[in-house]
Design a protein around this ligand. Structure first.
Ligand code: BGC
Length: 255
């Protein structure tokens, strides 16, 4: 087991990459707080998978953009499991729309969840880790779009680019406390965030043409990388983004 005795919070873990991370972490011996938004019961499937993996988990409803709900998320985790070792800022939303008509309200919502959320969660988690005095891990699930532009997706790309500099800055600032901070930048992973593309063969074919390996990534593949970065083995790794994208960022088009 790679994460024995660790306690992890994974935000947005009711579905998709977050769910795969929660399940993988539990299977590696971590106790997992499954953060979610939405109706109670939204995270039941994740809790079931954690149990099936032989792990321990709790579900906590918390909107990551809300400071008091974030404080409660940390408190409930520490009350249940006694400490906090790993935070994964996974919760994220996406809304594609042409820039010239992009609604301000949607922009603000994306910034709140994708950027303010990781800021607040990292701050609250790091305070807890500093108080414990044993270091810790902060991992942000970013995107290839922290580097790669995507027309109609400006606010999402802007928040992911901002996550890169949030990560780099926190990596330096929290290093004296032995807290490492890294990003994982997934490409096209088969999850509900891309339901529109998955349901549209033409859009799906266009996306696959951008990926040298020619296929979707699996959430479990992202989880494998996250488990490593969260483990003691990754103690000297901080301040970088690790892309997992089937080569998407290196696609050379018609060359
Ligand atoms: C986005 C997906 C997109 C993928 C590759 C992800 O960050 O959420 O919508 O398919 O990047 O472009």
């Amino acid at each position: 087991m790679k994460l024995p005795g660790k306690v992890a919070i994974i935000t947005g873990a009711a579905t998709g990459i977050g769910q795969a991370l929660a399940t993988a972490f539990a299977g590696e011996g971590a106790a997992v707080a499954v953060d979610y938004v939405g109706p109670s019961g939204a995270s039941d499937q994740t809790l079931k998978q954690i149990k099936a993996a032989g792990g321990r988990g709790i579900a906590v409803a918390a909107d990551v953009s809300n400071p008091s709900q974030v404080a409660a998320l940390i408190d409930e985790t520490v009350r249940a499991f006694g400490r906090l070792d790993v935070l994964v800022n996974n919760a994220g939303i996406e809304f594609k729309h042409p820039f010239l008509e992009f609604p301000l309200e949607q922009f603000q919502k994306i910034v709140a969840v994708n950027l303010q959320g990781p800021f607040l969660c990292a701050q609250a988690a790091a305070r807890q880790m500093v108080q414990q005095g044993a270091g810790g891990r902060i991992i942000n699930i970013s995107s290839v779009h922290e580097d790669l532009p995507m027309p109609t997706n400006a606010p999402y790309c802007a928040t992911k680019g901002a996550l890169r500099m949030l990560m780099r800055t926190l990596a330096v600032e929290l290093a004296p406390h032995k807290i490492t901070v890294n990003n994982i930048g997934p490409g096209a992973i088969y999850t509900p965030i891309d339901a529109d593309v998955e349901a549209n063969p033409a859009m799906e074919a266009a996306l696959m043409a951008e990926i040298p390996l020619g296929r979707w990534g699996h959430p479990r593949e992202v989880a494998n990388l996250a488990v490593f970065l969260a483990s003691d083995e990754a103690g000297y790794i901080t301040g970088s983004t690790y892309f997992i994208d089937g080569g998407m960022l290196r696609q050379s088009g018609s060359l």
